[in-house]
Design a binder for this molecule. Structure first.
Ligand SMILES: [Zn+2]
Ligand SMILES: [Zn+2]
Ligand SMILES: [Zn+2]
Length: 130
Protein backbone atom coordinates (compact mmCIF):
# COMPACT_ATOMS: atom_id res chain seq x y z
CA UNK A 1 0.00 0.00 0.00
CA UNK A 2 1.49 3.37 -0.97
CA UNK A 3 1.33 6.46 1.21
CA UNK A 4 -1.36 8.07 -0.94
CA UNK A 5 -3.72 5.11 -0.57
CA UNK A 6 -3.78 5.28 3.22
CA UNK A 7 -7.05 6.63 4.58
CA UNK A 8 -7.55 8.24 7.98
CA UNK A 9 -9.44 5.86 10.28
CA UNK A 10 -11.83 8.65 11.31
CA UNK A 11 -11.46 11.95 9.39
CA UNK A 12 -14.10 13.60 11.63
CA UNK A 13 -12.28 12.76 14.87
CA UNK A 14 -11.39 15.67 17.13
CA UNK A 15 -7.91 17.18 17.06
CA UNK A 16 -6.72 17.82 20.62
CA UNK A 17 -3.57 19.34 22.10
CA UNK A 18 -0.83 16.91 23.04
CA UNK A 19 -0.71 16.67 26.85
CA UNK A 20 3.06 17.14 26.75
CA UNK A 21 4.07 19.52 23.95
CA UNK A 22 0.68 21.04 23.05
CA UNK A 23 1.01 20.01 19.41
CA UNK A 24 -2.05 18.76 17.54
CA UNK A 25 -3.04 15.11 17.88
CA UNK A 26 -5.66 13.48 15.69
CA UNK A 27 -7.77 11.30 17.99
CA UNK A 28 -8.63 8.99 15.12
CA UNK A 29 -7.71 5.55 16.41
CA UNK A 30 -9.30 2.65 14.61
CA UNK A 31 -12.34 0.99 16.10
CA UNK A 32 -11.43 -2.33 14.46
CA UNK A 33 -7.86 -3.59 14.71
CA UNK A 34 -5.70 -4.44 11.74
CA UNK A 35 -3.39 -7.21 13.00
CA UNK A 36 -4.01 -6.03 16.59
CA UNK A 37 -3.03 -2.50 15.58
CA UNK A 38 -5.68 0.07 16.55
CA UNK A 39 -3.78 3.10 15.25
CA UNK A 40 -5.02 5.21 12.38
CA UNK A 41 -3.03 4.25 9.26
CA UNK A 42 -2.37 7.93 8.52
CA UNK A 43 -1.82 9.33 12.02
CA UNK A 44 0.18 6.49 13.50
CA UNK A 45 1.91 8.51 16.22
CA UNK A 46 -1.15 9.53 18.28
CA UNK A 47 -1.31 7.66 21.58
CA UNK A 48 -4.21 7.75 24.02
CA UNK A 49 -2.91 7.77 27.60
CA UNK A 50 -4.32 5.86 30.56
CA UNK A 51 -5.97 9.07 31.84
CA UNK A 52 -7.72 9.96 28.60
CA UNK A 53 -5.21 12.60 27.45
CA UNK A 54 -3.47 12.18 24.12
CA UNK A 55 0.19 12.31 23.18
CA UNK A 56 1.36 13.27 19.69
CA UNK A 57 4.30 10.87 19.61
CA UNK A 58 5.95 7.98 21.43
CA UNK A 59 8.38 10.47 22.94
CA UNK A 60 5.64 12.71 24.36
CA UNK A 61 3.81 9.60 25.64
CA UNK A 62 6.99 8.59 27.43
CA UNK A 63 7.44 12.04 28.98
CA UNK A 64 3.80 12.03 30.18
CA UNK A 65 4.43 8.82 32.09
CA UNK A 66 4.43 9.64 35.84
CA UNK A 67 7.89 8.16 36.28
CA UNK A 68 9.25 10.68 33.77
CA UNK A 69 8.92 13.39 36.44
CA UNK A 70 10.74 13.57 39.78
CA UNK A 71 8.26 14.20 42.60
CA UNK A 72 10.86 16.10 44.66
CA UNK A 73 12.50 18.55 42.24
CA UNK A 74 9.90 18.33 39.46
CA UNK A 75 12.68 17.78 36.94
CA UNK A 76 12.94 15.05 34.38
CA UNK A 77 13.42 11.54 35.65
CA UNK A 78 14.86 8.59 33.77
CA UNK A 79 13.75 4.97 33.82
CA UNK A 80 15.95 3.57 36.57
CA UNK A 81 15.81 1.55 39.76
CA UNK A 82 17.92 0.57 42.73
CA UNK A 83 17.69 -2.72 44.54
CA UNK A 84 14.88 -2.82 47.13
CA UNK A 85 17.26 -2.92 50.09
CA UNK A 86 18.98 0.32 49.08
CA UNK A 87 15.73 2.02 48.13
CA UNK A 88 14.03 1.12 51.43
CA UNK A 89 17.02 2.39 53.37
CA UNK A 90 17.08 5.77 51.64
CA UNK A 91 13.69 6.74 50.27
CA UNK A 92 10.95 4.26 51.22
CA UNK A 93 8.12 6.82 51.21
CA UNK A 94 9.27 9.29 48.59
CA UNK A 95 7.49 7.94 45.54
CA UNK A 96 9.23 8.72 42.27
CA UNK A 97 12.68 10.30 42.59
CA UNK A 98 15.26 11.18 39.99
CA UNK A 99 18.75 9.77 40.62
CA UNK A 100 20.16 13.11 41.84
CA UNK A 101 17.39 13.61 44.41
CA UNK A 102 17.81 10.00 45.50
CA UNK A 103 21.54 10.53 46.08
CA UNK A 104 20.93 13.83 47.90
CA UNK A 105 18.48 12.02 50.16
CA UNK A 106 21.10 9.37 50.84
CA UNK A 107 23.73 12.01 51.69
CA UNK A 108 21.28 13.62 54.15
CA UNK A 109 21.30 10.42 56.18
CA UNK A 110 25.03 9.88 55.84
CA UNK A 111 25.21 7.45 52.92
CA UNK A 112 27.86 8.67 50.49
CA UNK A 113 28.72 7.09 47.14
CA UNK A 114 30.36 6.32 44.81
CA UNK A 115 27.30 5.04 42.97
CA UNK A 116 27.34 2.56 40.15
CA UNK A 117 25.31 3.21 37.02
CA UNK A 118 24.87 0.26 34.67
CA UNK A 119 22.70 -0.33 31.63
CA UNK A 120 19.90 -2.83 32.14
CA UNK A 121 18.41 -4.56 29.09
CA UNK A 122 14.93 -3.12 28.45
CA UNK A 123 12.21 -5.01 30.30
CA UNK A 124 9.44 -5.92 27.89
CA UNK A 125 6.70 -5.64 30.56
CA UNK A 126 7.77 -2.15 31.62
CA UNK A 127 7.73 -0.94 28.03
CA UNK A 128 4.14 -2.17 27.73
CA UNK A 129 3.03 0.11 30.58
CA UNK A 130 4.40 3.27 29.01
ZN1 LIG B 1 -6.21 9.69 11.25
ZN1 LIG C 1 3.61 16.10 21.82
ZN1 LIG D 1 14.69 15.22 41.45
Amino acid sequence: MSESEKICADPNAAVVACGQCGGPVHTCDRKLPNNNDFRCPVHTDGVEMWDGRWACSERCAYLMHPEAKCQKCGGRNIVWFSDNQTWNLIAPADGILCPICFVEKAEEIGIVGPWKLTLEPPLAEEKEQI
